[in-house]
Design a protein around this ligand. Structure first.
Ligand code: SER
Length: 325
């Protein structure tokens, strides 16, 4: 089985929205001590610290990563460290440095240490205003207008290059907006969907930074984690794509999400005051064709808008009662 050769796993960005939950799932699956969580500056949660090794690194400084790779004899990397779309527009050079130079360091280390496998996340942000917006095909126009998007296009190409040129097994998914109840996202455009849930629980009102008819592809965290691990465990002989898999689960407008939340919290109120993130959202697809992922590694989502909303509100309500949020 392909999993047998992934023994020592390094997760970068392990304090982030996806990395924090991915690390816990990988620890459950491969053993706590075999999954090394790493972060940059943000203090890790006690859950992350108490369950296994944690180290600080900076992926833009190659030697800081290399030190940890040697120390733990790492053979697999999930590179979840990134600057997201909204921060990327405010700090384009930082976004380039982390998402391109940082990624380059990760791939170089993986090549030098002859690693088994590397995961590099991509995003629906690789698409741009000229890409078909409905049921966006797997192989289509990649002309994004954000710095984040262009770093993700280059990242996909670089990963595929390492596979062809150096036979390094690099894999990646184009994540849609990810909705989760554990660690809030930071600096993305799809963050409004997560914030709406938190504010519905905390204040029963939310001022949304995109227009109510803005539709984007979204996914619930359990599906995101499942997709990530399933792709990493897929039989390589079945993969025709490597670093650029479209995956889809649900698409809804901001207003449809507010209406779904109202089914559980009838006095929830949402206002819409679009800011600079509206233009980013408008440049992205509304729905995604994920037939390649379904065919090549059996991708299938489990949650829809209604089951996700029920689960999210249940989890956040509990955290609110415990004074955590
Ligand atoms: N969720 C990300 C963002 O909004 C897109 O990959 O930036």
């Amino acid at each position: 089985m392909p999993t047998d050769d992934m023994k020592r796993i390094l997760v970068t960005g392990a304090v982030g929205q996806i990395g924090s939950e991915l690390t816990m799932e990988l620890r459950k699956k491969y053993g706590n001590d075999n999954v090394i969580a790493t972060g940059h500056k943000t203090k890790p949660s006690s859950r992350l610290l108490d369950s296994g090794p944690f180290e600080f690194i900076d992926i833009t400084k190659k030697e800081t990563v290399e030190r940890i790779v040697k120390k733990y004899d790492v053979d697999t990397i999930y590179n979840m460290a990134a600057i997201l779309s909204a921060v990327g527009e405010e700090k384009p050079m930082l976004c380039w440095n982390v998402n391109i130079n940082g990624l380059y360091n990760i791939l170089e280390i993986a090549r030098e240490y002859e690693m088994t496998r590397v995961f590099i996340p991509s995003s629906i942000a690789v698409f741009g205003p000229n890409t078909p917006k409905e049921n966006t095909p797997q192989d289509t126009v990649l002309k994004p207008t954000t710095m984040y998007g262009l770093t993700k296009v280059a990242g996909e190409l670089l990963g595929d290059y390492y596979f062809r040129r150096f036979n390094l097994d690099v894999r990646g998914i184009r994540y849609p907006g990810i909705i989760s109840s554990e660690t809030p996202p930071g600096g993305g455009t799809t963050d409004y969907a997560v914030e709406m849930f938190y504010e519905a629980i905390r204040k029963k009102k939310y001022v949304c930074f995109v227009k109510k008819d803005t539709v984007l592809p979204m996914m619930y965290m359990p599906d995101c984690i499942k997709a990530t691990i399933d792709l990493m465990e897929a039989d390589i002989s079945k993969l025709q794509h490597h670093c650029d898999f479209n995956i889809a689960s649900m698409s809804f407008s901001a207003e449809e999400l507010a209406d779904e939340i109202k089914k559980h919290i009838p006095d929830f109120r949402c206002e819409y005051k679009p800011d600079f993130r509206q233009a980013i959202a408008d440049s992205w697809p509304r729905s995604i064709d994920d037939s390649a992922a379904r065919k090549e590694w059996g991708w299938e989502p489990r949650y829809d808008l209604s089951s996700m909303t029920k689960d999210m509100l249940g989890k956040l309500r509990k955290r609110h009662e415990m004074g955590e949020i």
